[in-house]
Design a protein. Structure first.
Length: 217
């Protein structure tokens, strides 16, 4: 049987992907053969790319918190960020979060997606400054990944090389905004941009598989 896959291009800090979690859970329940994959897209290379003229990083954090909170309506999952401190002068990028997922994959592939889920929740739900290595290591320990193996891959360049592969794929596919999803079945695939709901995914799967794959329930 051809493999049914949804590959999501995202960043662990993205509230939009957090709000899509109910949809992914519903899809996984309806399509037992579905495989979910995650490609890192490095949303924030440098926080200055998103700051307004004259805006300080604390002011940007406050504006970012309001953007996060406005996304609650998408999936119905609550977001409250009274004191968001994700970025500061020494931590200006979401690169550490992206590297962390790739290091987790190298350290323990079986637990890497759970690590990503935990990292997303630490960032969006618990509002922790996960751009800091000590916060990332807390998520590593909570997930049950060997801290030494994770740290080795995080620091020796191997996670960086894996991340460069993800970013090259994003560039090759012309993905300019996150999130985006590649739905594939066998040798056929379709790229969709933005946030999709359950019914939209079901429609894409039906078209992609010529109606051969339908929800189990």
């Amino acid at each position: 049987m051809d493999r049914l896959t949804i590959t999501t291009f995202t960043d662990p800090m993205m509230g939009l992907t957090y709000e899509m979690e109910p949809t992914y859970e519903q899809l996984a329940d309806a399509f037992p053969q579905l495989e979910l994959r995650w490609v890192m897209g490095l949303l924030v290379r440098d926080v200055s790319d998103f700051m307004l003229h004259g805006e300080t990083i604390p002011e940007y954090n406050g504006r970012l918190a309001r953007i996060y909170e406005s996304e609650q309506a998408i999936g119905g999952l609550p977001i409250s960020m009274p004191d968001l401190r994700l970025f500061d002068e020494e931590h200006r990028s979401s690169l550490p979060l992206n590297l962390a997922y790739k290091a987790a994959q190298l350290a323990d592939r079986d637990k890497a997606d759970l690590f990503l889920w935990n990292l997303r929740h630490a960032t969006v739900v618990d509002v922790l400054p996960t751009t800091h290595l000590d916060e990332l290591l807390k998520v590593v320990r909570a997930t049950g990944i060997d801290e030494g193996e994770f740290t080795r891959h995080y620091e020796d360049g191997s996670a960086q090389r894996e991340l460069e592969g993800d970013l090259a794929l994003r560039q090759k596919l012309g993905i300019h905004a996150l999130p985006a999803c590649m739905v594939s079945y066998g040798k056929k695939a379709v790229l969709v941009r933005g946030v999709l709901g359950y019914d939209e995914f079901v429609g894409i799967i039906a078209e992609l598989t010529d109606g051969r794959v339908t929800p189990a329930r």
